[in-house]
Write a protein that binds this ligand. Sequence first.
Ligand code: IPE
Ligand code: IPE
Ligand code: MG
Length: 244
Amino acid sequence: MPEQISTATDTGILQVPETIAIIMDGNGRWAKKRGLPRTAGHKKGADTIHTIGLEANRLGVKKLILYAVSTENWKRPEDEVGYLCKLPGLFFDRYIRDLMNNSIRVTFAGELERFPESTQKVIRKAVQQTEANTGLELCIAINYGSRRELLLAARQYAADVQAGTRDNDLTEEEFADYLFVPENVDLLIRTSGEERISNFLLWQLAYSELIFTPTAWPDFDENRLRECLEEFSRRDRRFGGIKA
Ligand code: IPE
Ligand code: IPE
Ligand code: MG
């Protein structure tokens, strides 16, 4: 496992994780509390993606992976699912220029094919448009499930062995390359108080620091992120070893 990471002394944060993953939870409860439809929580949550993306970029985070739609979220009512399909279009219409201005590169993890053509198109366009950007990689996990990710990886590996392009002594690094997200995650944050992984990055979280915050995703902001990074800086990461 890689040791840390960069320092952002100008920000007062000791250690900035290279890779951060966030389970953006609590949009529905945030809206309900305000007497609004759940979709209003998702709308506000999309603005938080922009805020936190810019801040992570400013701090020098390399990759930020945001869990936006899980393989299980299709169970939700039709109007909510419909809104989640529209959200990428609304988000990029509003923020693509700002992402470009900050050299943020957009990528995706998950099976896009389940989304309507129009949604797939805006997503692919945003990926293409930001391809050459050299700042933060903003990776949006949509229709993502880690069990599905591992299953697809196993199937592809088996196919490669059968085709004779791979042999049997697959390494951990080579296996990771079959995944939607090959990197180890340094820090996982889940908002809104739930303390579970909900099928996110099961392989990649092996040695992540985990932070569960009660703040709902639409209320998460630069200060909350900073608090999480301060907490991360206090953690003693041993990766199974002992301190010298
Ligand atoms: C997270 O917020 C966004 C998605 C899962 C799409 P939720 O919609 O899960 O909000 P809560 O957990 O019901 O409050
Ligand atoms: C996890 O949140 C998925 C996303 C944030 C996209 P959920 O709200 O779907 O997870 P559970 O149902 O509380 O475990
Ligand atoms: Mg939830």
